[in-house]
Design a protein around this ligand. Structure first.
Ligand SMILES: [Zn+2]
Length: 412
């Protein structure tokens, strides 16, 4: 954990600043905290493997006690929350290998972990809209040294988009320690993970962030009034709050959570001039090549009919504009074939066939068919150039069609 992350960290209960308890076990690498105990006016919290754990659930308290006893490895294992010793050993062995992939480690975390879903995140419609909205809003609201946070950010897929927005690494906050660890190792390297509960006050200083994002998670939070208030509290006066893929209570959804109707989302963010958008309409703009137009509100009928909504709240007028979509030609990770495509070689050519991993996936993310072709025939020599750091002209079109993706290194 970087010193500037510690400087924006606050106790979620007393609001106090945190300091390393130097009389307890602690370990630094350079100026970054790896393992330590943090203290405020009321509590102590552990930092384990560089991740501050800012809640008092039983596993966190047990891990803190283990760390106070100097056993950082046992504290780490306690927070991964694996069912048994054998699973823990499998995970730790896989994690030690520098060649281990995101997919392998997700598998090692066991069937309860939502791996199949996250592996295909980078081309699903939820992500495609969230990525474009976040980049568009960040271009207006986040300066070169600004700071962004991905609240309930899981294993960091959208956090990865925030890495491009500023020279200050983004924070990803989530209750799952394992997901945060995956985010920093694979999905959004250099991000700053903070383990905390979205149903409690957020452990950050007020006005610390130029952009506060929550994607595909707000409807799973019970204390929405609190989370909305907290997201606005930690946002700068001239910052922005963005909620993408919020389920609409008036439409059926396969993994509904506890959704609200469109007006209720807007009311939660009323003090920060919110606008509510139909995700389907935003996706249509993106698939059509842009621009992404946040300047015109979507009408009530469109919002009522859409299973998912995007909320953008900001006192800055320039956030609400039509912005062109940009397509980079240099990878943050490496260009590879979208894992949704199976490769069938045929002489000098290969056919890439779209294969959804399950019926459940297809039901939830079927809108991907509006931009992912069923079959694509490509020159095998072009594929042989993958993985690649840059897109050759022959591959640029495949990247535009999301058949080739900029994926984290060692992703699958
Ligand atoms: Zn406290």
């Amino acid at each position: 954990m970087r010193p500037d992350t510690l400087s924006v960290l606050r106790c979620p209960y007393c609001g106090g600043r945190l300091e390393v308890v130097t009389s307890s076990f602690h370990r630094y690498e350079g100026d970054e905290i790896v393992d330590a105990i943090l203290g405020c006016h009321c509590c102590v919290f552990p930092v384990i493997a560089g991740i501050p754990v800012m809640h008092l659930e039983a596993a966190a308290v047990a891990a803190r006690r283990l760390l106070e006893g100097g056993d950082a490895a046992a504290a780490f294992r306690k927070l991964l929350a694996l069912d048994d010793e054998a699973s823990a050993l499998t995970f730790e062995e896989a994690a030690r290998s520098p060649d281990a992939t995101y997919r392998q480690l997700v598998d090692a975390l066991g069937p309860k972990f939502e791996g199949g879903y996250f592996l295909f995140r980078f081309s699903d419609p939820t992500y495609v809209v969230a990525d474009a909205v976040v980049r568009g809003v960040a271009a207006a609201a986040v300066g070169r040294n600004g700071r962004a946070i991905d609240v309930c950010g899981g294993s960091g897929h959208l956090t990865r988009s925030l890495l491009d927005c500023s020279t200050t690494p983004p924070i990803v906050a989530d209750l799952s320690f394992a997901k945060l660890w995956l985010a920093r190792r694979f999905t959004a390297p250099a991000c700053q993970p903070v383990c905390c509960d979205g149903n409690a006050p957020l452990p950050f200083a007020q006005r610390a962030f130029d952009l506060v994002v929550c994607s595909d998670a707000f409807h799973y939070i019970w204390t929405k009034r609190l989370l909305a208030s907290e997201m606005m509290r930690i946002a700068a006066d001239r910052g922005a709050v963005v909620v993408t893929h919020a389920h609409n209570a008036n439409q059926w959804n396969p993994s509904a959570g506890m959704p609200l109707p469109p007006d209720a989302y807007g009311e939660l963010f009323a003090e920060m001039d919110p606008r509510v958008y139909s995700e389907r309409q935003l996706l249509g703009q993106i698939v059509g090549g842009g621009p992404l137009d946040l300047s015109r509100p979507h009408d009530a009928a469109a919002l009522a009919a859409d299973p998912a909504l995007t909320i953008v709240a900001s006192r800055r007028a320039d956030v609400f504009r039509a912005a062109p979509l940009t397509t980079p030609t240099t990878a943050r990770g490496e260009y590879r074939i979208n894992p949704l495509y199976a490769v069938e070689p045929d002489g000098d050519r290969a056919t890439l066939r779209l294969r959804f991993p399950s019926e459940d996936y297809e039901e939830e993310y079927g809108a991907a068919r509006t931009y992912l072709a069923d079959d694509v025939v490509v020159d095998r020599r072009a594929l042989a150039a993958l993985p690649a750091a840059r897109l050759s002209p022959g591959l640029a079109d495949l990247a535009r069609r999301r058949v080739i993706l900029d994926l984290p290194k060692n992703y699958y």
